[in-house]
Write a protein that binds this ligand. Structure first.
Ligand code: ZN
Length: 107
């Protein structure tokens, strides 16, 4: 299970992993400064993605809280990829919103 989680986190830009490979300054979740952004936090706990958790949970059903199920079932993996795509879009939206645009707004 930990091998699977490691493989998957290589494909998901989570800070805990990015910090480990020295890409990110901090292993913490951008939305939860006191929590490492682990795969488990990202998939199950992070309040930033509550809406996506809800959609994901409804699509998978009871097994939605089992990481080993999600990483081994083809059906669940497909839903996981959809979840990741949805949250990555959220992140881009987040960074677009926080960009300073004073120069563009001058006139
Ligand atoms: Zn979080």
């Amino acid at each position: 299970m930990y091998i699977c989680a490691g493989l998957t986190s290589n494909h998901i830009p989570l800070n805990q992993h990015l910090h480990h490979i020295a890409v990110a300054d901090s292993p913490c979740c951008p939305a939860c400064p006191e929590t490492d952004e682990s795969l488990h936090h990202f998939l199950f706990d992070c309040p930033q993605y509550a809406q996506e958790h809800h959609v994901f949970g409804r699509a998978i059903g009871q097994e939605a809280t089992s990481l080993s199920y999600i990483l081994t079932e083809e059906h669940a993996l497909g839903l996981l990829i959809q979840f990741v795509n949805a949250t990555v879009q959220l992140r881009h939206t987040f960074s677009e919103v926080s960009l300073p645009e004073h120069n563009a707004a001058r006139r």
